[in-house]
Design a protein around this ligand. Sequence first.
Ligand code: EPZ
Length: 430
Amino acid sequence: MEQYVIKGGTPLKGEVEIGGAKNAALAILAAAVMTDDTVTLSNVPDVRDVNVLLGAIQDIGADVKRIDKHVVQINGSTIQGLSVDYEYIKKIRASYYLLGALLGKYHKAEVALPGGCDIGSRPIDLHIKGFKALGAEVDISYGLISASAKKLTGNHIYLDKVSVGATINILMAAALSEGKTVIDNAAKEPHVVDVANFLNSMGADIRGAGTESIRINGVEKLHGTEYSVIPDMIEAGTFMCAAVATGGDVTVRNVIPKHLEATTAKLLEAGCQVVEYDDAIKVIATKELKSTQVTTLPYPGFPTDMQPQMTVVLGIAQGVSTVTESIWENRFKYVDELARMGAQIQIEGSVAIITGVDHYTGARVQAPDLRAGAALVIAGLAGDGITVVDDIYFIQRGYESFAEKLQGLGGQIEQTSSEREIQKFVLKVS
Ligand code: EPZ
């Protein structure tokens, strides 16, 4: 078991390079098997979820080459199996993107049914509704979702709830269907747009991605392409919050500032200074953070994937803040851990009522999921004394070189794998 051990209290300062978006990369890697030509993808983050998905893609017979740390080449012409094993789905739900990709290309696919997860129950009824509307038969039995179709035909699909996953899965299958598909109440997240741009670069005809109505004219075949994944707005937002919570001054580079508008707006309300450049954002913390209200919503609203990091910032802001989680019902699990570091937060249903404290105090805490884990690291960096964050496996699912990047900003943090190493770090910093 590995952990991050942190000595808090040093304001983060300097510049940090943001990697490719994990949630865009996962969908794009799955979509890359939809042609028999070679696809070369750059700016692919080297994080655990991506590597698990690459394993699943290889397992069905596709040729996967890592050209370098962030460049992956995929050739789907050698695919033999159309069934994605539970081993992958249980590690990473996004393996279900192979359902849309394989259904579109081969008119048949099977993936193990994903269960719930750490942040809430995660139904996939909307994905299934979309596949059925395109003419697929979908069967759920023996823990598997099987989808097959003699032919896929475009249709008008209304998503009852805004869903990133369903929008992308339907988009992939529809790209190779006959005729026109319209997805209404579609997700508008930048990663949805990135997947559409990627498919278009392979010869698909998709318009309107980024709006609530996506129109797809099905094409017969897709071809190879070279494509670069967009920057990760959540990784960027995480470093912005880390800068603010530690009273620092950090420039996040290789970002698209527009994607970060919701996070930027809330940091401005908290009293910080934010300077936007073409592809960078500089955040300068204020001496006294102010309270504010946050509600998570689908893009362009405040992202649920930034909720724990923002809560950590507001936990040391003056006055009472509220954070309302409207996407996942179980995304406040980390609050009990944060309370062990001195936070005063009360949960009332989907609302966290946060009474700002002067500072956090170091403690041994456990990362309950990816973003909450990152948030606890931020609290450790901002607080007094030593914090140990256990179960950093979750954090490594979505953050590449997290400790190294924080060290580059002056953060006193190390990855350890034993009590002895923790003690060594404590001796070194005290
Ligand atoms: C994506 O999950 C992200 N994951 C999540 O990021 C993110 O939290 C979420 O979108 C919301 O932005 C990936 O991209 C791999 P949804 P996804 O379908 O696609 C309900 C992270 O930290 N719903 O947009 O699974 C669902 O219950 C992760 O990187 C249905 O009801 O999310 C939720 O309330 C965690 N039926 C809402 O929609 C369905 O068929 C949004 O879910 C599908 C979803």
